[in-house]
Design a protein around this ligand. Structure first.
Ligand code: GDG
Length: 730
């Protein structure tokens, strides 16, 4: 098996120098973390023993050189380039990615720009990646797509291949209220794009929940503990906090070229490392440091802030403005507090070699990381891991994913400059034993859940989910062979019965149930089926007998209304009660439901002769869920001692006489003759009892739900009609 990693940038940076192409390993947390994991795959003896990394190589490559570059990259880095123009990449990267998604997902809505062309360029990028992948994907491959640049890709791939597809988001997924502000088609398409994956991973439980809430509220798709049942497969949303290669940071030998101020042995260093980004809270950090200096003159000339800022996204105007602001703030603080012996803030606008970075981690007394939002923040983990002597203290914003795992650090709310100032003092003055104790606990955790565990957990979960889901869908798949048998058995049979549900099976579900009337074609189909020799057609519905009379009354078919309270045979148009029933309880139930209907906008009551249904599919999902539990308890408590049952269906609560359901009714119809051919098709929650009651030899089909008691699944309502048409023709 081969693991294909897909990310916007590939782990190789191609550049052109002196008429030749140079290849260098890319930087960044994902590349360094995953590269080590991938190397371990090569040596592994498990099924997963090969990999390929796909992404953009970082520059325009002329067509004539593409093969040369492809060959070199494959040979040296086991990677495959996605060639696309710098122009398109710039448009997408500096457009939808970093002017729309990045600010919105990091809770900076005022920086977010929405343009229709951003969205079409984003889609185009995802399509190019899809096309490139489709050229190389083999049946055994596992595909793992990374990050916010490629959120449509899983859905696009899912339409074309049946390989396991995973997706991991490295940045936060915002709360529903923030996410829903995204205008246009993108809002739903991104959610759906991610759902194309079998496994969607996030750094924290909160991000997973936020995504699930958006899926629920915007797509109307429910989940059970992160498990989502789609018509033809299951998908899972789960939390995988990304780790680091602990041993690399802890064990690396670095030349301890002291980055501290020469000659100032007593000087303590507070370190910060981040990309230049408004989400990192760099200005806030400087202001916190300023307050610390103001409030603590005893620390003057004894501490300095070593601020490493890595240049980034220089083409986005908000980044440019931020750079200017930082320059000003640093100048102001150094002007106000510094002197010839002491520069309070040493500001390096640069990227350091890896070993020097680790040396800086080790030599600092405090790391001060104050993002206003950060998906994870690997620097925090790297800092703690690098402290070989366990001396040093991390101050970390509570708005980073890493804060969830590094609880022994000094956790702060970076919106309070005072809190930053206090934390700096607290960290500098923390006794060494305390530092060691705290770092020991954090190191233990980082060592256990390292980047290998992270990637391994993700890939294993992905493979298992796909396997389960494929087994179920294979078992339940309606194949041409099954269609053949269905027809063959139909022809052979002496007595046939076909039991079908109405809404969702014979007609599509309607927003307004009142308009779900059957068309001419459907009526003809039903009539012809019933007209076939030795064939009984029964329609089992939860609707009132009035509705069924109005729409299907003229057909000579068996009808069952109110989930079985009423029956009408195909030969006698008079309705009869299935058994003696009572409706004395109805008024009490109606009174309660009316009260709840007033409280839940969008809900409504459907009163039938012997049952009452409370529908809430049009109501706000969260509120409905909350209230439905209360309604259910309330109804159960008043019906406990009478012969009435309360049933929870899909966005509906139904109260009816006990012993009235589609299962009982199916048994009744089946007992009428000795049938040697039984076929049932249903779509709703109430059809599950019907499926359970059928004889082993019967055929049963559920529309659009793989989690079912039915033997097979039909993808769409139209497939149910096609199936019936096929029998009609036979
Ligand atoms: C996304 C999310 C999430 C930094 N300065 C230098 C340098 N670095 C390295 C660090 C670290 C990485 O860059 C930055 O880590 P982040 O965690 O900020 O990761 P990003 O890739 O920027 O961002 C973030 C992450 O994905 C992983 O899921 O944590 O929240 O935004 O590894 O060591 N490396 C070198 N010199 C530097 O000056 N060599």
């Amino acid at each position: 098996m081969r693991l294909i990693i897909v990310s916007n940038r590939m782990p190789v940076v191609v550049s052109h120098k002196n008429g030749d192409y140079q290849l260098a390993k890319g930087a960044g947390g994902l590349v360094s973390g995953l590269s080590d994991f991938l190397k371990s795959i090569e040596k592994s003896e498990s099924d997963l023993n090969d990999y390929l990394w796909m992404g953009w190589p970082g520059m325009d490559i002329p067509k004539k050189d593409e093969d040369l570059i492809r060959g070199k990259i494959l040979e040296k880095f086991n990677a495959a380039p996605v060639f696309l123009s710098q122009e398109l990449m710039d448009k997408v990267y500096f457009g939808f990615c970093n002017k729309t998604i990045w600010p919105l997902f990091h809770y900076f809505p005022t920086y977010a720009k929405f343009r229709n062309y951003y969205w079409s360029e984003y889609k185009k990028l995802n399509e190019i990646f899809r096309d490139e992948l489709l050229k190389i994907i083999e049946p055994d491959d596992i595909i793992w797509v990374h990050d916010y640049h490629l959120m449509l890709l899983p859905g696009m791939l899912r339409e074309a291949v049946s390989n396991p597809i995973g997706f991991f988001l490295h940045i936060p997924f915002p709360s529903y209220e923030m996410y829903r502000t995204l205008p246009g088609d993108g809002r739903n398409q991104i959610l759906e794009g991610l759902l194309g994956a079998d496994l969607v991973g996030f750094h924290t439980h909160d991000y997973s929940q936020y995504y699930l809430t958006s899926v629920r509220r915007l797509l109307g798709v429910e989940n059970h503990m992160g498990q989502i049942t789609l018509p033809d497969r299951a998908a899972k949303v789960d939390t995988f906090p990304m780790g680091i290669d602990f041993e690399k940071f802890n064990g690396m030998k670095v030349c301890e070229k002291a980055p501290r101020k020469p000659g100032a042995e007593e000087m303590k260093m507070v370190l910060s490392v981040d990309r230049l980004d408004y989400s990192k809270g760099i200005a806030r950090r400087l202001q916190g440091f300023e307050i610390f200096l103001k409030e603590n003159p005893q620390w003057h000339e004894k501490v300095f802030l070593n601020m490493i800022v890595v240049p980034s996204r220089t083409k986005v105007s908000s980044y440019f403005a931020l750079k200017r602001r930082l320059d000003e703030l640093v100048g102001m603080i150094n002007g106000a507090f510094g002197n010839i012996r002491w520069t309070p803030v040493v500001y390096q606008y640069t990227s350091l070699p890896h070993s020097e970075l680790i040396a800086q981690y080790r030599n600092s007394n405090v790391a001060l990381l104050t993002p206003l939002r950060d998906g994870m923040n690997l620097v925090a983990k790297e800092y703690v891991a690098s402290l070989t002597d366990k001396k040093g203290m991390l101050i970390l914003s509570e708005f980073t994913g890493a804060a969830k795992e590094l609880g022994e650090a000094i956790i702060i709310n970076p919106n309070s400059r005072g809190a930053i100032a206090n934390a700096i003092k607290g960290a500098l003055e923390m006794p060494e034993e305390e530092q060691i104790k705290r770092n020991e606990l954090m190191q233990k955790r980082l060592k256990r859940y390292n980047v290998f565990r992270w990637a391994d957990d993700f890939v294993n979960t992905l493979v298992n989910i796909r396997k389960d889901s494929q087994e179920t869908s294979k078992k339940k798949k309606y194949t041409p062979e099954i269609a053949d048998n269905l027809v063959k058995d139909f022809k052979k049979a002496k007595n046939r019965i076909i039991i079908v549900n109405y809404d969702g099976t014979l007609v599509p579900y309607q927003e307004d149930p009142a308009i779900a009337e059957p068309g001419e074609n459907l009526l003809n189909l039903l009539e012809e089926l019933q007209g076939k020799e030795n064939t009984d057609l029964v329609i089992l519905s939860g609707r009132s007998r009035n509705d069924l009379d109005k729409w299907l009354g003229k057909l000579p078919v068996g009808l069952t209304a109110e989930h079985g309270a009423w029956l009408r045979s195909g030969t006698n148009p008079a309705w009869e009660l299935f058994k003696p029933l009572s409706a004395d309880w109805k008024q009490d139930v109606m009174d309660i439901l009316e009260m709840y209907t007033d409280r839940l906008p969008g809900s409504y009551i459907e009163e039938k002769e012997y049952s009452v249904t409370w529908n809430f599919f049009k109501a706000d999902v969260e509120q409905a869920d909350f209230l439905a539990r209360e309604v259910n308890d309330h109804l159960v408590s008043i019906t406990e001692n009478i012969n009435v049952q309360v049933m929870q269906g899909y966005k509906v609560i139904e109260v009816a006489n006990s012993g009235i359901n589609k299962g009982e009714l199916a048994t009744y119809w089946l007992s009428k003759k000795k049938y040697d051919y039984v076929l049932a098709i249903g779509a709703g929650w109430s059809d599950e009892l019907l499926f359970q009651t059928l004889p082993e030899c019967g055929y049963s089909f559920k529309v659009g739900q793989i989690q079912t008691q039915a033997k097979y699944v039909l993808k769409k309502q139209q497939d149910a009609i096609k199936l019936l048409e096929m029998l009609k023709e036979s």
